[in-house]
Design a protein around this ligand. Sequence first.
Ligand SMILES: O=C(O)[C@H](O)[C@H](O)COP(=O)(O)O
Length: 300
Amino acid sequence: MSTKITNKEQVEAFLESYDTFLFDCDGVLWSGTHLLPHVVETIELLRSRGKRLIFVTNNSTKSRKAYTGKFAKFGITVSENEIFGSAYSSAVYLSKVLNFPKDKKVLVVGEKGIEEELESVGINYIGGTDPAYNVEATDASLASLARDESIGAVLCGLDLHLNYYKISKALLQIQDPNCHFLATNIDSTFPSAGRLLPGAGTIVGTLITSSGRTPVALGKPSDEMMNCVKEAYHLDPSKTCMVGDRLNTDMKFGEKGGLGTFMVLTGVDKEETILGTNPLVTPKFYADRLGLLYELLQNN
Ligand SMILES: O=C(O)[C@H](O)[C@H](O)COP(=O)(O)O
């Protein structure tokens, strides 16, 4: 049974239960370029109560460093080490878990965020935002594709400049079973300006369908990401709460990791889904929006 937070006493009890909050970003703090109501005030409230905040996003288009800029534009001061994105999680996995060889390269299907995080851990890559991959698919360009033995992994995330040539190149590589197939995340959609847009999972899906392979996914709700976050921040799961807008990523991630869970209704999943029969996860708490925590405390 999920508790809906609707009054001041519930907010106080909720805040008392946790000392660390993991925040999803899209659909919780903002929707595309639109900041959600009283988010800044709620973050300030939590900081004033001495809470530790970590922003855990599946959006791989920006690196941790670039994310600090996005937060700043919204008037939220966040340091780089408070941000943990799926691009970084993927870079850590390649470097620490796979010990990715120095003489091999990662073929990136994705954006600058992935490139910058791979650079931060010293991993070589090709593809990504390189204009040389903006190639029209013609008989000639597709015939010119050849498997590159120096590529040891394909890492696929949200790619806003996707094209058939790039996908064909990635498929050619993962047809070799020795080439790792990784996905930053597999979200089917993400909220932007009140609508849902196709998520990284739809792009990864083209490679899953064409190759018949399943990637190792490194965003929420993967254990790989949770292990990485737990190790980086020495979390006490019983005092940590995952805040998100989506059952199959954020809430699942929190539940599997043994954390408290708090869902807001400003993103992908709605109240009917939580209250319906057999929801995928039952969040411990939920509320109409994150900013309500601040708003309810203003009432006498
Ligand atoms: O990659 C995507 O599909 C989106 O960027 C992703 O869904 C956003 O993730 P969130 O910030 O909600 O974790």
